[in-house]
Design a protein. Structure first.
Length: 454
């Protein structure tokens, strides 16, 4: 009996994929015990371990990483002499933010207008399902032609570096000839894309103190230094009037060579309101892929409801800085810290705490693995050629893997195209993209095995 073509096999597996993604999305696996119980992450890790065991993986293990989270590992032996490919995804997710703004419950997979909604559907629980789909299709087609290692990270979204440190302490564990990072995405739905660069990141918490305690704004306001106002002024120093990031000592003017991002498409993808300007200068690709970008992601301050007429004694903010290739994240952290310490107004006392950090990454798109992936995507996306693009986000593990295994070929694909709205409310995944990328990954593994035989 002749095996069905891989695209047909993957299509037949999609109902199972939806059911499994529904189970995974139901875990509130935010790797921050201050927001969600640790048991939610542990349960999600257990689900992944059980899934790998059911697929015949050996040495399946829950790895206790130095940041207090768990990553899941498994190894599927391949034919004698075959190369080994590492497949990566992460099961932890961003918090849902304002749950009232979701059109359906964030931890309940809901189908709407041809997409599947829920936190983690695209970033990156869907990536785990993509890997499983590809492997199952290969099994139905005669077997997996390579050795496969799977690693599912438990704290990627927090940027706390647990898996990076674990990999450095156990350098043999994730060694592979090729590495497929399933945490990137196509430039747009239907356009097959591999990611050539990632910006690194640094995350800092800054606290300002000006008074021993809050004061009545009528009695002391106007002379007493307001810590919240000081924080607003300090954060404003991180941007020029046009919105360009202005961290002292960090060059803001690099250019992106390659696939461009038309401004009108970006405005639509980013859902920019009519009449509101984009920030920064240069092309959109310059701004989101080649240049540093600072974002204030949180401020501790009194809410409007219940606020009292007080001069605030202290204020705290969390600042994210995306660091493009060509810059060192450690040096960028030093520059940002120095900027925050030197620009605080009125002699406010400044405390800066590093929360997370990851280096930028640049892939070698001329490697043989990219040739194998281009051929696979040509089949999975008829009539389209593989494109290479940058990604403004960070995957700290990539740089660690590149340093540990300099001979490994690293490819970045995934489900996080613009319509997915990852990290925002109403995150979703296109089931068609999940199906096509699973086909592409399966064909890539076949192509790669054949290329290494030659």
């Amino acid at each position: 009996m002749t095996a069905r073509p891989i695209p047909e096999t993957v299509a037949s597996l999609m109902p199972r994929a939806k059911a499994e993604l529904s189970e995974l999305v139901a875990f509130q696996s935010v790797a921050d015990p201050e927001q969600f119980p640790r048991s939610e992450c542990e349960a999600a890790a257990g689900w992944v371990a059980d899934a790998l065991t059911a697929e015949g993986f050996q040495d399946v293990a829950l790895l206790d990483t130095p940041d207090g989270t768990q990553s899941v590992y498994g190894f599927l032996p391949g034919p004698a002499g075959a190369p080994t490919v590492l497949l990566y995804a992460h099961y932890d997710v961003q918090p849902p933010l304002d749950e009232s703004a979701w059109l359906s419950p964030p931890f309940e997979l809901t189908e709407r207008d041809g997409r599947w909604y829920g936190r983690g559907t695209a970033d990156c629980k869907g990536g785990l399902i993509m890997h499983l789909l590809a492997l199952r299709a290969l099994k139905a087609d005669g077997g997996v032609p390579v050795g496969v290692k799977v690693i599912a990270e438990g704290s990627e979204e927090q940027g706390t570096g647990g898996l990076e440190r674990y990999a450095e302490e156990h350098p043999e564990l994730l060694a592979a000839d090729a590495i497929v990072i399933g945490d990137a995405g196509n430039f747009r739905v239907g356009l097959p894309t591999v990611t050539a660069t990632l910006r690194g990141m640094t995350m800092l918490r800054v606290t300002l103190n000006t008074l021993e305690g809050n004061l009545h704004s009528g009695q002391f306001g106007g002379a007493a230094p307001d810590a919240l106002a000081a924080m607003i002024q300090l954060l404003a120093s991180l941007r020029a009037e046009d919105g360009t990031t202005t961290v002292d000592g960090l060059a803001p003017d690099a250019s992106w060579e390659g696939l461009q991002y038309p401004e009108e498409e970006f405005r639509k993808d980013a859902r920019v309101l009519d009449g509101v300007e984009l920030i920064g200068t240069g092309s959109v690709a310059d701004r989101i892929w080649a240049r540093p970008a600072v974002t204030v992601i949180g401020i501790d301050c009194p809410p409007v409801v219940g606020a009292t007429p007080s001069v605030q004694a202290s204020a705290r903010a969390q600042v994210s800085l995306r660091v493009p290739p060509g810059h060192d994240a450690v040096e960028a952290t030093k520059l940002l810290t120095a900027h925050l310490e030197s620009h605080a107004p009125w002699g406010a006392r400044v405390t800066v705490e590093q929360v997370g950090q990851g280096q930028p990454f640049r892939a070698d798109v001329t490697s043989p693995a990219y040739t194998s992936m281009a051929a696979a995507m040509r089949v999975a996306y008829p009539g389209e050629e593989m494109q290479t693009a940058g990604m403004g986000g960070s995957i700290p593990l990539c740089n660690t893997l590149a340093q540990l295994y300099p001979e490994s070929e690293i490819l970045l694909i995934g489900l996080s195209e613009p319509e997915a709205q990852i990290h925002a409310v109403n995150e979703s995944v296109s089931p068609e993209e999940l199906e096509r990328l699973a086909v592409a990954e399966a064909l890539f593994l076949q192509n790669y095995a054949e290329s290494r035989q030659g």
